[in-house]
Ligand binder design. Structure first.
Ligand SMILES: NC(=O)c1ccc[n+]([C@@H]2O[C@H](COP(=O)([O-])OP(=O)(O)OC[C@H]3O[C@@H](n4cnc5c(N)ncnc54)[C@H](O)[C@@H]3O)[C@@H](O)[C@H]2O)c1
Ligand SMILES: [Zn+2]
Ligand SMILES: [Zn+2]
Length: 346
């Protein structure tokens, strides 16, 4: 078996290497990778070589949103067999710390997450992964959909943290992949009115297509005034921030309904920003945040399988594995066109 992998090789460059097919342990499976989503974080590493304290050192394999086919199973693996297609949950955790044993394993300090230095990602023909982190896909769920369970789970976790429920009004700042996943999750969880905000019209159009009730282009509209107009001057029960900008994070409290919840998902370039806590207090508002997701792979897969979340609709571009570098460059150069790109290995 040949195992070709593409490594980022400094910023804005990639090289192909032939690497050994991983040897699996008793509890692992070997996966032939079939689809990998290109995430904003992959793009960030590719263009800047680091995200915060995570610094790419040497040639590095990107990619963490992945699905593929099981081609070998470890001796102790019972629930998967050769030929099954699975979505891979990228974070492997210690299983022993307080956070792991209380189910909040996304907060495990020893997590090894695909494509987060120093752990390589999945832009390769074959990867190994613990069977317990591989979730079987029903026959009618494609590998592309399987790969997109990963970002979908961020949206599901955001909607859960905000406690989105039937009849709610939700504002989503940012309609990149994560904002769109938050929109899909909020809609599936019963929100009646979903107002989305962005500055890129192509993404707002996509959001409208996916079920946003109102779209606001922050370039030419007063966001706060418009949300208040759309909500009888009350604001939204849940405000999900995925734009990761200082401006939008500040605006969250302005569009929040009294007793509502803000969910912080986007990562701002600066760690500390100004925020009006007195306004939050006068509204008795709650701020929650999201670090990836936990315990959501079965939920995400079931929601896709049942048709309640049409995750494939967020994909705007598909590229062959051989064209991975071209894909990264295309995504970097065409933000006004690309909504979500996926690499397909066939
Ligand atoms: N907390 C987590 O666990 C977690 C997980 C995944 C991603 N993220 C973060 O979530 C954010 C969104 O991820 P993504 O992949 O969708 O990124 P993205 O860059 O594709 O999307 C961000 C969107 O925000 C829009 N935006 C920027 N400034 C704006 C403004 N002033 N007003 C309105 N919209 C504005 C952009 O046009 C873009 O469409 C990123 O910051 C990412 O790092 C966090
Ligand atoms: Zn991602
Ligand atoms: Zn742990």
């Amino acid at each position: 078996m040949e195992n070709k992998a593409i490594f980022m090789h400094g910023t804005n460059d990639m090289i192909w290497k032939e690497i050994p097919v991983p040897e699996i342990g008793e509890e692992d499976v070997l996966i032939k990778v079939e689809a990998v989503g290109i995430c904003g974080s992959d793009m960030h590493y590719y263009q800047h070589g680091k995200i915060g304290g995570f610094i790419v050192d040497g040639d590095f394999i990107l990619g963490h949103e992945a699905a593929g086919k099981v081609v070998e199973v470890g001796a102790k693996v019972k629930d998967l067999k050769v030929g099954d297609r699975v979505a891979m949950e990228p974070g492997v955790t210690c299983g022993k710390c307080e956070f792991c044993v209380t189910g909040k394993y996304n907060l495990c300090p020893d997590v090894e997450f695909f494509a987060t230095p120093p752990y390589h990602g999945v832009f390769a023909n074959y990867v190994k992964h613990p069977a317990s982190k591989c979730f079987k896909l029903p026959e009618h769920v494609s590998s592309i959909e399987g790969a997109l369970v990963e970002p979908l789970n961020v949206g599901l976790h955001a909607a859960n943290q905000g406690n989105v429920k039937l009849g709610d009004t939700v504002v989503v700042f940012g309609t990149g992949c994560i904002g769109l996943c938050s929109l899909l999750a909020s809609k599936a969880m019963g929100a009646s009115q979903i107002i989305v905000v962005d500055i890129l019209q192509n993404r707002l159009d996509k959001a409208k297509e996916l079920g946003a009730t109102h779209v606001i282009n922050a370039k030419n509209e007063d966001v706060v005034a418009k949300v208040m107009e759309l909500t009888n001057n009350l604001g939204a029960e849940v405000v999900i921030e995925t734009a990761g900008s200082e401006i939008t994070l500040k605006q969250t409290v302005d569009v929040l309904k009294p007793a509502g919840t803000i969910v912080s998902v986007g990562m701002t370039p600066k760690d500390s920003i100004e925020f009006n806590f007195m306004k939050l207090q006068s509204k008795e508002g709650t701020i929650k945040s999201v670090f990836r997701y936990r315990n959501l792979y079965p939920t995400g897969i079931n929601a896709i399988a049942s048709g309640s979340i049409k995750i494939a609709d967020i994909v705007s571009h598909k590229f062959d594995f051989e064209k991975t570098k071209e894909a990264f460059d295309y995504v970097a150069e065409n933000p006004g066109e690309v909504v979500k790109a996926v690499i397909v290995m066939q």
